[in-house]
Write a protein that binds this ligand. Sequence first.
Ligand SMILES: [Zn+2]
Length: 187
Amino acid sequence: MTSVVAVEKKKLAKPPLEIHYLGDRVLRQPAKRIAKVDEQIRKLVKQMLQTMYSSDGIGLAAPQVGINKQLIVIDCEPDNPANPPLVLINPKIIRYSSQLCNAEEGCLSVPGVYMEVTRPEGIEVSFKDENGRPHKLPASGLLARAIQHEMDHLNGVMFVDRVENKIALTEELKKKGFSLNAVQAIK
Ligand SMILES: [Zn+2]
């Protein structure tokens, strides 16, 4: 798979986009569909990838950089130059596995906080890539989890909203300087 958006996987001293943190309202707005995948969107994809690699993340959603669009980037192998990143525009989950699994998650918008979240183990997602071409992708394991986590951001949902152990969550958030008031019930 070749991409029109070529980004070197390295840390920049000054990433092009600023990440917003838990408690910021922009993270709670539902993102809008992208009507046309054009040069402006591809420029945003490039900047999001540069920002993600600079921050040691494996996924980033546009609302996290204050942009209200249905766009996410994912790279589960950020240290492998041969692994191309995944760009998902207007993603939609079309199938969930009935099997659930538990795993620890973190988020660039909640730095330092890692908590267990239960999610479906497998999914199938439909989306457009950075060329505007449609795809359907079955995913499981870490990739399925990353896609679900990032897609939550498009609906204004944060992973901390899904943490069941609220006592441990309260403690973790407090330790890292976040308020439990920033956590919301899932509608
Ligand atoms: Zn996140």
